[in-house]
Design a protein around this ligand. Structure first.
Ligand SMILES: O=C(O)CCC(=O)C(=O)O
Ligand SMILES: [Fe+2]
Length: 350
């Protein structure tokens, strides 16, 4: 389907500019571009990525998301992610909390494990609706493959900048091991005022997120700033960000920033908001702690950290995700403490 045109993003709301990084230049290891990526990843931890060559795959995934969300709720619920802390599958609107008070989220999403997408027609992790299976090879796999390629390139660049032995970070995110890496399509229905949180404030759980937005609604709370600021969607530009796993592995050199999703602002507000993401996460067995024994740069950074132990999570990647996902589920909620138990590196800012 052709990409629809939308009302413009308003010009009277606070926005946060992001550096634009050119993927074509990263691919040829242009030093200047690598330095700009590094600057973005170690400050806000968010940047725009242009020339990523994934537009068609993203549009096809949006179409598949639309087709899936139109299924009757009863059908979608057959593929629900459940309450045990697994991420893969369908999540109905209202299944997660958005804050400590237990306000419910307003979005529904479908998560497809990279393990299932790449193993298809074998089932690696779980089942999906028949219409998703029908497009697994033609839509999901191509999106996952391109996203993996891009994020692996970024991991390779961070690896070298961090002074880690060649290939260390890509190896921790190997396709061979099962992981929490997944593709996600999100729908936020219209009808909510601009101040009604759709997804609560959070840091991403994994290492790198490759996000595609057409309408506004994503907001960041930059370090040292008290006001939430929108990230304006730019056509053809992905929004990339660092998640907790990479922040921890790098000893805090790479920054995992808090963000949340609100309904689209201004003239975009009456529209359904769709987003698509690929999350790259470490292999399930990888222990989330700074790689100080493999890099003097990380070791030095850690020696200046006020509380270096706080980065030693003692958790494997699988345990970290399971804890965070499980404790945001409304079905598991006992009180504000359940929300607190779902937190990552937000450091009390939400
Ligand atoms: O929809 C968006 O713009 C962001 C979604 C997000 O932050 C997430 O799924 O972790
Ligand atoms: Fe996120």
């Amino acid at each position: 389907m052709p990409v629809p045109t939308f009302p413009p993003f308003p010009d009277d709301v606070p926005t946060h500019p992001l550096l634009v990084v050119d993927y074509n230049l990263l691919k040829i290891r242009d030093q200047n571009e690598i330095n700009r990526l590094w600057e973005a990843a170690t400050s806000l931890g968010f940047w725009y990525l242009k020339n990523h060559g994934t537009d068609e795959e993203v549009n096809d995934l949006f179409d598949l998301g639309e087709e899936t969300m139109e299924l009757p709720l009863e059908e979608k619920m057959k593929y629900e992610q459940g309450d045990a802390g697994s991420s893969f599958g369908y999540k109905a609107a209202g299944a997660n909390a958005v804050d400590a008070s237990g306000l419910k989220d307003t979005i529904e999403f479908l998560n497809i494990a990279k393990d299932d997408a790449l193993a298809y027609p074998k089932v690696a992790r779980r089942a999906y609706p028949p219409n998703v299976n029908a497009k697994m090879s033609t839509v999901v796999q191509p999106f996952v493959r391109k996203s993996v390629d891009i994020n692996t390139t970024l991991l390779g660049i961070f690896n070298d900048k961090l002074g880690l032995p060649e290939g260390t970070l890509p190896k921790l995110h190997s396709l061979e091991e099962h992981s929490g890496s997944e593709a996600r399509v999100i729908k936020n229905p219209p009808g909510y005022p601009v101040e009604r949180m759709a997804i609560g404030a959070h840091t991403d759980f994994g290492s790198l997120s490759f996000l595609h937005n057409r309408l506004g609604g994503l907001q960041v709370l930059p370090p040292g700033v008290d006001e939430w600021q929108y990230v304006k969607p730019l056509p053809g530009h992905a929004i990339c960000n660092v998640g907790d796993a990479l922040a921890v592995l790098s000893g805090g050199i790479l920054h995992s920033n808090i963000h949340r999703v609100m309904p689209p602002p201004g003239a975009q507000n009456p529209l359904t908001r769709w987003s698509a993401v690929f999350f790259t996460r470490p292999g399930n067995s990888i222990v989330l702690r700074p790689l100080a024994d493999q890099s003097d740069i990380i070791k030095d950074k850690l020696s200046q950290h006020p509380d270096p132990e706080s980065l030693d999570t003692g958790a494997t990647s699988l345990e970290w995700f399971t804890r965070r996902i499980k404790n945001q589920r409304m079905a598991n909620r006992k009180g504000p403490e359940t929300w607190l138990a779902s937190r990552g590196t937000e450091q009390g800012r939400v």
